[in-house]
Design a protein. Structure first.
Length: 228
């Protein structure tokens, strides 16, 4: 997710739907596409550096593991998916997205300009479900989890998303990772408290990488490794 981008033009609503978790809106603001959830700005297509870092940092931490399989939590505007699919080193790429409208906007709507090639990649698979529930219930395992839902552990737009950053959610992430696998979590700001939560959940090599933004605190990617 990225910060809103200033423009003098009035936003144009392209689609508005009532989804399973409230209202979601896709709008165009100048050259940007924006996703709004329940009246709160979530993300736009202005940058994408921190979303690409989310994917690259996870892959780098896997060393030379052959064709690692990655779960990307949250389709968003497609930065993470497109970046992962552009790298032939990744194996299977699974996307978990709970909003059917967001999936539609990528498959047949305006966001296809971001993700059409990635969705056509045979490695890519979309699972329409809630990520918090998925990591608790799935029997699948992955080499990396790249999670970008809501605004991070310090501020969530949807209350239910808090569960991802709680002990039970992190335990589910650990179960979904293979030994030595990497958890990468996007955040709208660095969170020392979340680093402590990762350590308390048994993760190792916990660290945070920051991406400066035009105004305000930097975006952050929290990284941790499941012990082998």
């Amino acid at each position: 997710m990225t910060a809103a981008h200033d423009t003098l033009e009035t936003p144009e609503v392209l689609d508005r739907r009532e989804g399973p978790y409230g209202e979601v809106v896709l709008r165009r603001h100048g050259a940007l596409l924006q996703i709004i959830a329940n009246g709160c700005f979530l993300m736009d297509t202005s940058d994408g550096r921190s979303e690409r870092l989310l994917v690259d940092a996870a892959l780098d931490a896997l060393d030379e593991r052959a064709a690692p399989e990655v779960l990307i939590g949250g389709l968003g505007v497609g930065f993470s998916l497109a970046h992962a699919a552009a790298n032939p080193r990744w194996g299977r790429i699974t996307i978990v997205e709970r909003e059917p409208a967001v999936i539609d906007w990528h498959r047949t709507g305006p966001l296809a300009e971001m993700s059409a090639a990635a969705l056509a990649d045979p490695r890519t698979h979309i699972v329409q479900t809630d990520l918090v529930a998925y990591v608790q219930e799935t029997s699948a395992t992955f080499d990396a989890l790249c999670l970008d839902i809501d605004n991070g552990p310090g501020w969530t737009v949807t209350e239910d998303n808090d569960g991802l950053y709680a002990p039970a959610g992190l335990a589910g992430c650990a179960r979904t990772l293979r030994p030595g696998g990497v958890l990468a979590v996007w955040s709208a700001e660095p969170s020392p408290d979340f680093e402590g939560s990762l350590q308390n959940a048994g993760f190792q090599q916990v660290r945070t990488e920051e991406v400066p933004v035009a105004r305000g605190v930097p975006d952050a990617v929290h990284l941790a490794v499941r012990p082998g």
